[in-house]
Design a protein around this ligand. Structure first.
Ligand SMILES: [Zn+2]
Length: 389
């Protein structure tokens, strides 16, 4: 099929025709298009979210693969990485296969999964996972240091194990976060996720790691109730202002979409579970920053597409021949944020004024979302493709 529209190709915006099936076949300036995109829309390489919790399995009451990936598609995310802290935990060959099947049947966007730290490293290493997630408590486990030697990606939640034990107020100390980087400093292909402050970002880069931040660590005004309770915690206004600078230094922006049921978030603050679920916020937010002139278009594409594709080492992130035909089509318009398909209907980012929205999401050459209506297309696991050749 041929589509025509304004697209970001070879580092510039131009009017092009793109032909694709599951992969991009040809890009040229003239054609008889099957679909012409309306004026004011912009075709971008499909957005990628390296850090989400789509839940499912026994936690499907919080979010399931259909609701979570529909919300992703609504937000222009064409590929997402799912974290292993589910019930049961994803860190054995058996549960990895169960989890992948759940995505294969129900995911509306492309997906990949991380294993947790595991005692069956040799076996898990051969499965089609993207890499491993290392949680603070794992930094005290022997098996973590075997996992860290894997050539696959290792994503670190940077907080020292001590942060899990004391009073939550102590956890506000950013050194609990910064200190965690020293545990993994001798290893390759480590990615530091949800940096909450500029020192973490700078140190991560000095140590040769890739690094991301979340919109909520920039925008949410302190931890005031269960809705804004998240780990690592939201920092002080000063730290958050410094973090704004990091928008030009981090590799990517992730949502850390972490849904919980309404009754769980309604528990008293001290015992309620941490997590903010706003996967559909990231892309409109990044292009709001473009519209405001805070970052350029090249930087925005780096943040949501090009850099995460490079970190993963897969053919996404640019509109060029032979890459997967995943596109995020945006338009600039004013609206206020809320979720649409997630089981979570309340987030601290609700009503945030945005200046860009997702017009269309294309996954594997098929329309997955058109103006907010999500269709049951099937995503793939790029780490499971052509595994035998
Ligand atoms: Zn997370």
């Amino acid at each position: 099929m041929w589509i025509r529209g304004k697209a970001y190709v070879n580092n510039e915006i131009r009017e092009v025709c793109i032909s694709f099936d599951r992969r991009i076949k040809e890009i040229k300036s003239l054609c008889k298009p099957d679909v012409t995109l309306p004026q004011g829309t912009l075709i971008l390489p499909g957005a990628i979210d390296l850090h989400t919790h789509i839940r499912g399995l026994k936690l499907a009451y919080k979010e399931d693969v259909i609701s979570g990936t529909s919300e992703a598609s609504y937000g222009g995310i064409t590929l997402l990485g799912d974290m292993p802290n589910t019930m049961p935990v994803v860190n054995t060959v058996e549960i990895i296969n169960t989890k992948l099947k759940e995505f294969e049947y129900y995911s509306r966007v492309d997906y990949f999964i991380y294993s947790g730290v595991t005692k069956e490293f040799e076996k898990v290493e051969k499965t089609p996972i993207a890499g491993y997630k290392i949680f603070p408590e794992d930094l005290e486990k022997e098996e973590t240091y075997r996992v860290l030697k894997s050539k696959k990606l290792k994503v670190l939640h940077p907080e020292v194990p001590l942060a899990l034990r004391g009073n939550r107020k102590l956890r506000l100390n950013i050194w609990y976060e910064i200190g965690a980087l020293f545990y993994v400093k001798d290893y390759e292909r480590v990615h530091i996720t949800h940096a909450t402050n500029l020192t973490t970002v700078k140190l991560a880069r000095e140590l040769g790691f890739s690094v991301d931040l979340t919109p909520h660590h920039l925008l949410v005004n302190g931890e005031s109730d269960c809705l804004s309770k998240v780990n690592p915690p939201i920092r002080s206004i000063n730290e958050r202002l410094w973090l704004l600078q990091a928008i030009n230094e981090v590799d990517t922006i992730v949502s850390d979409h972490a849904p919980h049921a309404k009754f769980e978030k309604a528990q008293p603050y001290e015992i309620c579970p941490p997590g903010i679920a706003a996967i559909s916020f990231t892309v409109p937010f990044v292009f709001t920053l473009v519209n405001k002139g805070i970052i350029g278009l090249d930087r925005a594409i780096d943040l949501i597409s090009r850099n995460p594709a490079r970190i993963l080492g897969i053919p996404y992130g640019e509109i060029k021949e032979n890459n997967y035909a995943n596109f995020t089509v945006i338009q600039f318009k004013n609206w206020r944020y809320s979720t649409k398909y997630s089981k979570v209907t309340e987030t601290p980012l609700d009503q945030y004024p945005l200046e860009a929205s997702v017009y269309m999401t294309i996954v594997q050459g098929k329309v997955s979302n058109l103006e907010g209506e999500v269709f049951p297309v099937k995503g793939i696991n790029p780490f499971g493709e052509n595994r035998d050749d």
